[in-house]
Write a protein that binds this ligand. Structure first.
Ligand code: LLP
Length: 447
């Protein structure tokens, strides 16, 4: 449940600020982050795992604004990166390279050099070929590269096929047999220091079972492969902690910790976590203005000024984001607000979908509508057959749970300048990224 986004006297607030006032001042579409929400989530992870005092390496790909990274860095966060660009962002934000882990199946030579130059904690290696390349680069540089092997435990994270990563058919990680051989031959790579093992199962992993299953395999693997040349002191369990978008049963951080910590004890490893979504996801909303309403006799459309270029998750993964007007006297019927009528609202949505949608005003005073954006393709929809209170042109809608993989996955498709990002801290607001201009669109291009 969210505390920092709430309705008071019929208007949506982010901490102490009225969302409509922010929209009026900074324009729409607009990403609004709550600092308290971000820090609150970070602290709850830290608390749940306190016994292991882990390195919490915030996954930069989920939300990469340097203003956000700075807040987390100041709270003691490390960072999980997947590119040289992300390393640059972390350094710009004042992040500590000694708490940076670098994953990714296709690191370039420059990215590897850059990581070694900056003395990051470790590179999470995804193949034998990559390990050989790191060995060569480290030798050339006259240094020793700290690495962990990213293992592919062949465990089903039971999540979206596009975001599952720990199965054998996925491109990620090294299978256990190959990893075993690599470790036995590690003496042949004098410029590699093998620090540990790493996994990432998928995202989101809305149950603890896959972690337990994978860590069972890993604990045995670690026990069998420890030697003076491979002390395997770090265990990095990746990211993937779940998030409430709609009605998912998401384990609490404490429940994830209860599943993971026994393995940390058993292996004696230092723990690294790479959470992204679970920290950033419900720390921001995307606010968008209703431009037009349209009724074609079969369907009702609410056409808003945000598009799939601003938030691609619904178009790309069929993801559910709760949407509600920023002005409403009714408690939004969502689990995000702990509303008692949330189950009924969701059940009716499912029934509507099964009945093929519609457009009539519903008995509950809501209208069945498709919330769509300005982009010229039909995939540009945030919700199909959604029940919303009747709104007018010019009113704002809030799209919730937009903090992770929201702005970070945005693009300028259809030559649309990207939204501004602002941060609310109590009753103050800070622009973390100004709205792009049309000039920005053509930056670097030539006639
Ligand atoms: N570590 C590694 C190696 C990862 O690949 C990821 C996410 C994370 C950590 C962070 O996972 P999280 O805690 O955020 O679940 N764009 C998709 C999600 C892609 C996730 C990719 N890897 C979405 O919008 O759902």
């Amino acid at each position: 449940m969210m505390e920092q986004f709430r309705y008071e006297s019929g208007q949506l607030l982010c901490e102490g600020m009225a969302v409509d006032a922010l929209a009026a001042e900074y324009g729409t579409p607009l990403y609004i982050y709550s600092k308290a929400a971000l820090l609150g989530r970070f602290e709850s992870i830290r608390k749940a795992f306190a016994e292991a005092a882990p390195v919490i390496a915030f996954s930069v790909k989920s939300c990469s604004n340097i203003g956000i990274l700075k807040i987390l860095q100041e709270a003691g966060s490390g960072f999980d990166i997947v590119s040289g660009g992300e390393l640059a962002r972390v350094l710009r934000a004042g992040g500590d390279p000694r708490k940076v882990v670098f994953a990714g199946v296709a690191k370039s030579d420059d990215e590897i050099r850059d990581a070694l130059d900056n003395d990051i904690l470790m590179l999470n290696v995804e193949s034998e070929a990559e390990l050989d390349n790191i060995q060569n680069i480290a030798a050339e540089m006259g240094t020793v590269a700290p690495v962990a092997l990213r293992l592919n435990p062949d465990v089903d994270a039971r999540t979206n096929a596009k975001t599952t990563t720990g199965k054998k058919e996925n491109k990620f990680g090294i299978d256990l047999m190959t990893a075993s051989r690599i470790i036995k031959n590690i003496a042949l790579s004098p410029n590699i220091r093998l620090l540990g093992v790493d996994i990432h199962l998928g995202s989101p992993v809305n149950s603890t079972g896959p972690y337990t299953e994978a860590l069972n395999k890993l604990a045995d693997f670690i026990r069998d492969h420890r030697s003076p040349r491979s002390q395997l002191e770090y265990l990095d369990i990746g990211g993937g902690f779940g998030l409430l978008y709609r009605d998912e049963t998401v384990p609490s951080f404490q429940e994830y910790a209860d599943a993971v910590l026994p393995f940390v004890k058993k292996t004696g490893c230092k723990l690294i976590l790479e959470p992204g979504r679970s920290i950033a996801g419900n720390s921001a909303i995307l606010v968008s203005q209703v431009r037009y309403l349209k009724d074609n006799g079969t369907k009702h459309f609410t056409i808003i000024d945000a598009g799939m270029n601003d938030l691609i998750r619904p178009a790309m993964y069929d993801s559910y984001h709760f949407i509600w007007p920023t002005k409403s006297n009714r408690t939004p019927p969502s689990h995000l607000f702990g509303a008692a009528d949330a189950p009924e609202y969701i059940a009716r949505e499912a029934a509507d979908a099964a009945a093929g949608g519609g457009r009539e005003m519903q008995p509950d005073g809501l209208i069945l509508t498709d919330v769509v954006g300005p982009i010229c393709e039909s995939s540009d929809a945030f919700a199909k057959g959604r029940r919303l209170p009747l709104v007018n042109r010019g009113q704002n809608l809030a799209i919730f749970s937009a903090g992770a993989y929201g702005f970070a996955m945005s693009s300028q498709y259809n030559s649309r300048p990207r939204p501004a990002e602002v941060l609310v801290d109590g009753d103050t607001v800070k622009v973390l990224r100004r709205r792009e201009t049309v000039e920005d669109l053509m930056l670097g291009e030539e006639l």
